[in-house]
Design a protein around this ligand. Sequence first.
Ligand code: HEC
Length: 500
Amino acid sequence: MDRLRAFSIVFGVALASLIFVACGGNEDASTAAPDAEPTSTTQASASAEGTSTDTTGDSATAISFASDVQPIIEQNCVSCHSNTGPGTTHLEMATVNDVASIADFVAVRVEDKQMPPWPQSGLQEISYQYDLSMSDDDRQTIIDWAAAGAPLDVDATTPLAATSQAYPPIDADLVVTAGSPYPGSEKTDDYRCRILDPGFEDTSWVTSIETRVDETRVLHHSLIYRLPASLRGEADAVDGADGQPGWTCQTLPRFSRGLLEQIAGWAPGNGPITMPEGSGLRMEAGDAFVVQWHYHYDGEALPDDSGLAIELADEAELAAAGGALAPVTQRILLTPAEIPCASYESGPLCDRNAALARLSGEFGIESAFIANLINDRCGVSADDFAQFTEGVASSSCDVPAPQGQVVSMWPHMHELGTTYRLTLNPGTPDEKLLIDIDRWDFQWQMGYYPVEPLVFESGDRLQIECGWDRALWPAGLESRYIVWAEGTQDEMCFTGIAIR
Ligand code: HEC
């Protein structure tokens, strides 16, 4: 009983942290980079024009844009960087010139493996749906082409067309919004909960769910919860109470009977969430969604009316499954995060107790217990982390695997995170590396959906490993001992597993 309660606190805080974290760091990176474009535009388009009719290149080694580069871009980039794709507001790839004019900028992103976004190393031993990774050869082709001065053998105005979709669209049965746009506010970061009511009159099974973003310039992240019909009255009571649609929900949506159950989420670049054949999210008559939208306003507070597109199991699917699908549920596995100050840092908050006291002041008393609780559960103590004096720290935890078929796995750390690894049955002949992220990217926190059925059996164990680097600590911010907690500058090592 106690364990359960402790766990639900941790669970709640863990999720609450997603609210803070998943977006906190986005702003700088995504708004700073576009400034790099204008300077190079004129210069590079001039070079593009100059070479478009130039046939003097030596044909043995010359890279043809039309036959070598364009197919790679159209296959790996354009679906996200055109129309309503998530990258379009950052960089639109409508014509050849859109890429050629900033070829060096594109090549850097490709060389750094930041684009296409796929943070896994390639060492993982299972394959995933929506694997966006690109071959080293294709990567090199883009880099070589840019290095050669981005020559074109097609007209710069040639339109680019996606030949593959990063995320295949779902066949939506309904699209639900809150019914009125949220106008925005004066806050820089505004966490707003809205009720989205699909009007379910019977038990319904959601088999795919996709966040349809209305205003990409302000929406940074969202978390989707189930609002049971029995709590609708309480939600209606807070909805609009401050004169604006919805309500402020900086922490998890919580009503008299506890926290709402999180069923999905969205971050830039995420596609639809599709349940494996024969499974779904169960919604009862009268159940609705509460979506916590995290808005970030850099300047203007633009209105947003984002919604959810939903695919439901039809009669035939239900009949084939014997009347009901297998329900998908979420499990959360927590692993310690302890990152002591490096030997070159000092200050009062480098003392762990002082850092914990600061946390309880900031987020409430329970946040100071979580770090110790997770350490206990994983059989370690703060002393085990004292060896990390160089600013680089890591932790691991070996836990029983939740039983069932894995729908998706969601690693989560904050901004100091560098590596994440999930291993099934470590140290046994059945050992299997499931996820290996060698360059954690706070902006690309993905859910990983196995292609082949991955089933955790009774007795299976999971080892979770996280790594951090204090070199990523924001310059000018007071040094402190970092523990597992919910602030963006605190850290986590968190694994969500959706299972059926
Ligand atoms: C899954 C969707 C997706 C795919 C696939 C994708 N991008 Fe992106 N791209 C984004 C998003 C979203 C951003 C903005 C956030 C970021 O920088 O991570 C972005 C940012 C960029 C930027 C920086 C733009 C700026 O001004 O900051 C470049 C350059 C870029 N992408 C190039 C590419 C190239 C080249 C490819 C293909 C090799 C590609 N992208 C594939 C979604 C995608």
